[in-house]
Design a protein around this ligand. Structure first.
Ligand SMILES: Nc1ncnc2c1ncn2[C@@H]1O[C@H](COP(=O)(O)OP(=O)(O)OP(=O)(O)O)[C@@H](O)[C@H]1O
Ligand SMILES: [Mg+2]
Length: 222
């Protein structure tokens, strides 16, 4: 599903060039649940942003189901994110002053789906929050907000779900509940890549790719 070859990404800091990724190769097969681990600054979020089509690499290849993502225009990448990818971030990134239901419906409305409301309610049921659909996200707990973000990420049936430190702002109980939901999704066939510092989170994944200083240090089943 994912094939990444010699991915390199730099950022300019004043007159310096900082290489966040220094040549990463990886493959992820359909149905896998993969953790990306590594110390702070090792390149986890950079890799996820590239896999998620939010940024492009400077060099290297990224194929998603055989299609080259690396060279897509910003518009085509936005369509790719909307139609084929699901993204979850540490900070939930829900829209305030818009109901939980509307937050989850939004990606379907962009995609022109007529059954948006029904599909959004179903996605909220799957994360146990259908009863909260009329509330403002600001009225919810951190764990509930992240579950809404998960419902929004999977509502359109993405080929690939990407999560960057999804339990970073959650307490241990709600973090555990969130990982349980990811595990259930994966058992139903959802391909998942999760960047994390948390050993418990990595342990829930079938495989761990460890980054260090922009390079892959290890790749092993767990
Ligand atoms: N937008 C940016 N501008 C400049 N440098 C950046 C930018 N994003 C990341 N970097 C640098 O790239 C390197 C990798 O950062 P990245 O955020 O990918 O690490 P990370 O593994 O996700 O770390 P953390 O565990 O703290 O989230 C770091 O040295 C970081 O400072
Ligand atoms: Mg990060």
């Amino acid at each position: 599903m994912i094939a990444v070859r010699n991915l390199r990404k730099s950022y300019r800091l004043g007159s310096e060039t900082l290489w966040a990724l220094k040549g990463v190769d990886m493959e992820v097969a359909k149905g896998e649940m993969v953790a990306i681990t590594g110390p702070s600054g090792s390149g986890k979020s950079t890799l996820l942003r590239i896999l998620g089509g939010l940024e492009t690499a400077d060099e290297g290849e990224y194929l998603l189901n055989g299609e080259t993502v690396a060279t897509l225009s910003a518009d085509r990448r936005a369509t790719l994110r909307n139609r084929r990818l699901g993204l979850v971030f540490e900070t939930f990134t829900l829209l305030p002053r818009v109901s939980v239901l509307e937050n989850v419906e939004l990606p379907l409305l962009y995609a022109g789906r007529r059954d948006a409301k029904q599909a959004a309610i179903q996605a909220l049921e799957a994360v146990g929050l259908a009863d909260e659909r009329g509330r403002d996200p600001e009225q919810l707990s951190a764990g509930q907000r992240q579950r809404v973000a998960l419902a929004r990420a999977v509502v359109a049936g993405p080929e690939l779900l990407l999560a960057d430190e999804p339990t970073g702002r959650l307490g241990s109980e709600s973090g555990r509940e969130f990982m349980e939901l990811l595990t259930v999704l994966n058992r139903r066939g959802q391909t998942l890549v999760v960047a994390t510092h948390d050993r418990q989170v990595a342990a829930a994944c079938g495989r761990t790719i460890a980054l260090r200083d922009g390079r892959m240090e290890a790749d092993a089943p767990c």
